[in-house]
Design a protein around this ligand. Structure first.
Ligand code: FES
Length: 316
């Protein structure tokens, strides 16, 4: 399916709730895994078939394993849910080497803001800073309750706890954490935020008066891949000479794979550029975050984009 895949073994898996789990992966031969930096993620081929990105929670110095925090997106296409529901210790998974779009830059001070599973890359950052003896950081970690708090033992451990404010909102809007006192007066802090979309949008709104370079977000679901009003359409594959129908509930990528095409992908959410395909003709509904307007005339990201009307002709 996707080249450069690495086989790894699930050596530990623990459930936090029905929707959250923590997973430890090692190389099949026990050798150190590829290097990564704090904030990095891997793409894993899920049991459902799709590739999904998962952040790494461990200190980048510890390469004998990758530690993942995973949330089952119950309203998604089932890929993350298949990781939580069906993967078990002893299974072998295929992953791509880590990449990092959420790099920890050198700064005098850091404010980390995590919501739910968003703690995962931020925990890696905190672990790195602790190891380096850097005490110039604070972590605000919001979750619904202690029972639903992923990596609770880690953030309440004696080494990290002094830097952590743990807030439980019971899922009630009236109990959401008030970040404004931390954002009101801009200073030299770099703010790293990873969490549910509403939280990140709030932080974006509150940080509008900060230098853009000091505010960092990690968002694995930047586009809605499928929409309620999506319709089926046809693609003509010019190299293969085949015409295929793309159902309303599948992407072009998924349909072509089910027909046996060996296609590269990584994020499958329109943000990495891996699945870029030459668009020969057709009126495309571009949903990616990668292509410029000019590039959209001749390229399409087949993991997310569709036809507005009529047929798309692709160079496949
Ligand atoms: S796989 Fe990343 S943009 Fe399509």
């Amino acid at each position: 399916m996707t080249s450069d895949l690495i086989s790894v073994k699930v050596v530990e898996k623990s459930s936090v709730t029905d929707d959250y789990c923590v997973m430890k992966l090692t190389a099949l031969d026990g050798a150190p895994l590829p290097m990564f930096s704090a904030g990095a993620h891997i793409s894993a081929k899920t049991p459902q078939g799709g590739m999904r990105n998962f952040s790494l929670a461990n200190d980048p110095e510890k390469r004998e394993y990758y530690l993942l925090g995973i949330k089952a997106e119950r309203n998604g296409r089932g890929a993350s849910a298949s990781m939580v529901d069906t993967v078990k210790a002893g299974d072998v998974l295929e992953i791509l080497a880590p990449e990092n779009d959420f790099e920890l830059v050198s700064a005098d001070q850091y404010l980390f803001i995590a919501g739910g599973i968003g703690i995962t890359p931020i925990l890696s950052m905190c672990r790195q800073l602790l190891r380096e003896g850097n005490e110039n950081f604070k972590l605000i970690y919001c979750s619904q309750s202690p029972d639903t708090t992923v990596f609770l033992d880690d953030v309440t451990a004696p080494d990290l706890a002094p830097y952590v404010t743990l807030h439980h909102d019971k899922g009630e809007l009236s109990a959401l954490y008030d970040f404004w006192p931390h954002m009101e007066i801009p200073d030299k802090r770099h703010i790293y935020c990873c969490g549910p979309k509403p939280m990140m949008e709030d932080i974006k709104d509150m940080s509008g008066h900060w230098p853009e370079s000091q505010i960092h977000f990690e968002d694995f679901n930047p586009v809605q891949v499928l929409r309620a009003d999506d319709r089926a359409f046809e693609v003509y594959l010019s190299k293969s000479g085949r015409r295929l129908r793309i159902p309303e509930n599948q992407s072009i990528l998924e349909t072509l794979r089910s027909e046996g095409y060996d296609l590269k992908s990584s994020c499958e959410s329109g943000s990495c550029g891996t699945c870029r395909t030459t668009l020969i003709s057709g009126n495309a509904d571009h949903r990616d975050l990668v292509l410029t307007d000019m590039e959209k005339e001749t390229s399409i990201m087949i993991c997310v984009s569709r036809a507005k009307n009529g047929e798309l002709v692709l160079d496949i």
